[in-house]
Design a protein around this ligand. Structure first.
Ligand SMILES: [Fe+2]
Length: 440
């Protein structure tokens, strides 16, 4: 790597770290100390835990490991170790107070910036292509999305505001798109900041399938509800129905009935459910029941990625549905520019070669695949990043949402959660196997 290339990488890492920090500050500076230390939901950490945890991970990886510098606060490592304390137990810990947490993350950041400037970006896999810096940028941005979820769980007045996302055009789109059968390249071996579970690139054969052009809208979802979707056991998997009964599910999270209409609480602003918006805050089980009601199914993870990346003309997989360029505001609803998904059919410039829309941004999409490593997977830089979660407990979510930053969203990026979770910004689209004769 030339000196100029190294300098460009350093500049990119520094700029991305700075961008992530501005967002972390924006999500925490709007609340008073009491709101920062309070637990808004047992599913979420106090916001101030997230902030100091961001700083602590940065200290562990960039200051101590990559930079070889002495510890800033080794006494707090244990408090901010996500594996040591469940989210619900975190408020009871002797956490740094908001003022101390801010001071701590600033102190760590000053050291990190010094490390970015001087550490050689070669000789260790951890630093090649500035990977460690990219990993911590993604870590901070992912926690910022987590903090955004915590904001949605708050029960007091709205503090976050953003303009509405773009509307859908007037073009009438086909309901579904046929993705041809055959092999495609899934995952990546070349994306410099891709995480271990996205690697390596490998060939996967996928039979021909239909996939919905857009995510399922609130209007479509209300048809399922009106047709007894939540009352008909035959639409649900056994475990899904059991959960539906235990949790008394009747509508997406944050919806409530008001006479003959549904209202939705969106970051403290309550308004009528917008029929044209993708449904958000549904669990995997609800998504699966809807798909069965519609005579379809959820796509597998390989189907989703093929729809998002495969270019039938060249036969290669793109970085994103629209091509290889990084996401811009014309491509996808990412980065918390808006606080809700855009209407289904928006973002024509973000369409895949086959015309599938909104695969990136708007809502995370549940797919019917358990978290697993790709053939040839190796844990890097540590097993706790993803390998310890492999198995049937987690379902995959793909594509990012309005609250996901572009730094933590690629065509290959993989997210996962428990199938009952719905405080996350989760929606879905359906797929189906072609019937006899449909392929001509
Ligand atoms: Fe974390």
């Amino acid at each position: 790597m030339t000196t100029t290339e190294q300098e460009q990488l350093r500049a990119k890492a520094a700029a991305e770290l700075e961008r992530a920090r501005l967002r972390s500050a924006a999500l925490t500076d709007v609340l008073d100390d009491d709101e920062l230390v309070r637990q808004h939901s047992p599913l979420m950490s106090p916001l101030i835990w997230d902030l100091a945890h961001i700083g602590n991970q940065e200290e562990l990886w960039l200051v101590r490991d990559v930079g070889g510098l002495p510890a800033v606060r080794s006494d707090i490592d244990e408090l901010y170790d996500a594996f040591k304390h469940s989210r619900s137990s975190r408020p009871a810990l002797p956490l740094l107070k908001p003022g101390e947490a801010r001071q701590y993350v600033d102190q760590v950041r000053r050291k990190t910036m010094d490390v970015v400037d001087r550490v050689p970006l070669q000789g260790r896999r951890l630093v090649e292509n500035a990977f460690a810096f990219g990993m911590l940028v993604q870590h901070e941005q992912q926690h910022d999305e987590t903090m955004l979820i915590t904001h949605q769980t708050r029960k007091s007045t709205a503090v976050l505001h953003a303009p509405d996302p773009p509307k859908a055009g007037r073009a009438v789109l086909p309901q579904e798109v046929l993705v041809p059968g055959g092999p495609f390249t899934m995952g990546t071996s070349t994306e410099p900041w891709a995480l271990d579970n996205e690697r390596p690139a490998h060939q996967v054969h996928v039979d021909a399938f239909f996939i919905d052009t857009t995510p399922i809208s609130c209007g479509q979802y209300q048809e399922f509800m009106a047709d007894g979707g939540y009352e008909r056991a035959e639409l649900w998997s056994e475990v899904g129905w059991e959960h539906r009964n235990k949790a008394n599910l009747r509508a997406p999270l944050y919806w409530r009935r008001d006479g003959d209409r549904w209202l939705r609480d969106c970051f403290g602003v309550v308004g009528p459910v917008r029929d044209a918006e993708p449904v958000v805050h549904v669990s995997f089980h609800e998504a699966q029941a809807y798909a069965r009601w519609a005579g379809k199914r959820l796509p597998t993870e390989a189907e989703w990625e093929k729809a998002a990346r495969f270019d039938p003309e060249s036969g290669r997989s793109r970085r994103f549905p629209w091509g290889d360029e990084n996401p811009g505001p014309e491509h996808a609803n990412l980065g918390q520019r808006h606080l809700r998904p855009a209407e289904v059919g928006a973002y024509p410039e973000g369409a895949s070669p086959l015309g599938v829309r909104q695969l990136i941004g708007d809502v995370w999409e549940w797919v019917d695949t358990d978290l697993h490593g790709y053939p040839g997977f190796t844990a890097f830089p540590y097993q706790e990043y993803s390998e310890v979660f492999f198995g049937p407990d987690y379902k995959m979510l793909r594509g990012g949402c309005f609250g996901t930053d572009a730094a933590a969203c690629r065509g290959t990026f993989r997210n996962w959660d428990y199938p009952i979770r719905r405080q996350i910004f989760s929606g879905f689209r359906c797929a189906r196997t072609p019937g006899g004769g449909e392929l001509g």
